[in-house]
Write a protein that binds this ligand. Structure first.
Ligand SMILES: Nc1ncnc2c1ncn2[C@@H]1O[C@H](COP(=O)(O)OP(=O)(O)O)[C@@H](O)[C@H]1O
Ligand SMILES: [Mg+2]
Length: 461
């Protein structure tokens, strides 16, 4: 078989034997040999399709017409093969071939599955996904490393980037908003890796988070009031604990009249307000040039007359400018930070400020932190994969050299139930926050009982 182009990804075998029997739909979970036969058939049909249809000339035709043409030809080709496929199987084959031509090949069903949030390809023969907060292995495979590289190449070239020996890693965003990272040999020792964090179309709302038992209704009432009253909030938690999700949910309580500027390393937030400016940092290119760090964007944002600044995640020197902004009238700021407790979060902020090398005395930095941030929300991913608001803490000031805080709500773990489920309850500590006056000034009235440490508040949803 001599052709003017390279073999198709799944063609490791060039024998042209018609497939006589198949015992499954080829969509996974099938026996090794029939999976192999299916791959051969798919490869053969795909190749013959390309011989018949010149896809390049079809490029200007609209997608629906091309898809229809491909579907027709594949059905024709299948009738000329002596393959007993029923209609569903034929359609499966059409879909898989279309996925290879236009989509991400074997990953396409995962891209379309709304329950899958992350796709992690650990070399061509091992694909993990995250679903409902848990990582699981799939039986999806690429034909070989070359096949995976083709898909990676398609992704990065579609966004005007390239990946090869001289530039073996790429970070990019797909047209649908999903984030993609690819890293290949020689940097990835065992072969190409691809990580996709899918863009979530239907972000969780505050009510969803109550439904998911991430917090109680009284906690949501409090948090939405805090946002409306322009109280500066820091959301703290580990990786994947739900910080961005909570930030996004809380952002919905910002009044529509406000001008919001968001600054993110990779745009994830989905604000529904009409007046939003979205800024995204840029990493340096392979020559180490062209970087635009968060700090530069925070400084720029301040010149854009924002009512609110939302920094997706503070990681470094931008903390200085953010705190300064919070302390000089830009209140109502929201941000997240990677830390294991509210106290740890404040310590990290201090470290970040000192990283900016302004030679400020430690005490001055601490003072700046204490006066800028009023509320720390600690989120946690528990052993059963659920996310909880572990603490809502108020910063009340300083005593000597120590920042003083008080807990308003906490989650108290009482044990482990069936199937490893974490059992526990949310508790109001009984402390009325100092910022209640401010809530009132913004017209946020909360029932006085909301803060009561009574049985009624325990585990209430
Ligand atoms: N309260 C929640 N309940 C269930 N899943 C959640 C919750 N919050 C977030 N997730 C899921 O956890 C993953 C990580 O969430 P994300 O907000 O990006 O975490 P972080 O910003 O802390 O790294 C996402 O897939 C998200 O859908
Ligand atoms: Mg995040």
């Amino acid at each position: 078989m001599s052709e003017g182009r390279g073999a198709l990804p799944w063609e490791s075998d060039t024998h042209e034997q018609p497939v006589e029997t198949r015992d499954n739909d080829g969509a996974g979970g099938i026996s090794e040999s029939s999976a192999h036969e299916w791959a051969l058939l798919k490869g053969r049909i795909h190749r013959r399709l390309l011989e018949k249809l010149n896809l390049a000339t079809l490029e200007k035709t609209d997608r629906a017409t091309v898809v229809e043409a491909i579907r027709r030809v594949v059905h024709e080709l299948l009738s000329s093969e002596k393959v007993p496929l029923n209609f569903d199987e034929r359609e499966d084959l059409v879909t898989q071939i279309l996925d290879e031509i236009f989509g991400l090949g074997p990953l396409e069903p995962l891209m379309k599955d709304p329950e899958v949030s992350d796709i992690l390809v650990n070399t061509w023969n091992q694909v993990f996904i995250e679903r409902h907060g848990k990582i699981e292995e799939t039986d999806i495979q690429f034909q070989d490393e070359r096949h995976l590289l083709q898909v990676i190449d398609r992704i990065v070239s579609a966004v005007g980037r390239r990946i090869d020996d001289s530039s073996p890693m790429v970070d990019a965003r797909l047209p649908d908003g999903s984030r993609v990272n690819a890293i290949i040999r020689p940097l990835a020792i065992d072969g190409a890796h691809l990580s996709i964090r899918k863009f979530k179309r239907d972000a969780f709302s505050g009510e969803d988070l109550v439904e998911l038992d991430t917090m109680t209704n009284p906690m949501l009432q409090l948090l939405s009031g805090i946002v409306k009253a322009r109280i500066n909030v820091l959301i703290s938690g580990g990786t994947g604990s739900g910080k961005t999700t909570l930030l996004n949910a809380l952002s919905a309580y910002i009044p529509a009249s406000e001008r919001i500027v968001t600054i993110e390393d990779s745009a994830e937030l989905q604000l529904r307000q009409p007046h939003v400016v979205r800024l995204e940092t840029r990493t340096p290119n392979i020559e180490g040039e062209g970087a635009v760090p968060s700090r530069a964007l925070v400084i720029n944002a301040l010149r854009m007359r924002p009512d609110r600044i939302i920094v997706g995640e503070v990681r470094g020197a931008e903390a200085v400018d953010m705190l300064q902004a919070m302390n000089t009238g830009h209140d109502g700021s929201l941000t997240t930070l990677h830390a294991n407790s509210p106290r740890d979060a404040l310590a990290r902020l201090e470290t970040m400020v000192s990283m900016a090398n302004l030679n400020l005395p430690e005490r001055a930095i601490r003072h700046q932190v204490a006066s800028a941030i009023q509320v720390v929300i600690q989120v946690a991913r528990l052993s059963d994969g659920t996310r909880k608001i572990a603490q809502i803490s108020e910063i009340t000031g300083m005593e000597g050299d120590v920042i003083t805080m008080q807990e308003i709500f906490t989650f108290e773990r009482t044990g482990i139930g069936e199937e490893g489920k974490v059992v526990g309850q949310f508790l109001a500590t009984g402390i009325r926050p100092k910022f209640t006056d401010r809530l009132l000034a913004y017209g946020v009235g909360l029932p006085a009982t909301l803060f009561d440490n009574v049985a009624d508040n325990r585990g209430r949803r």
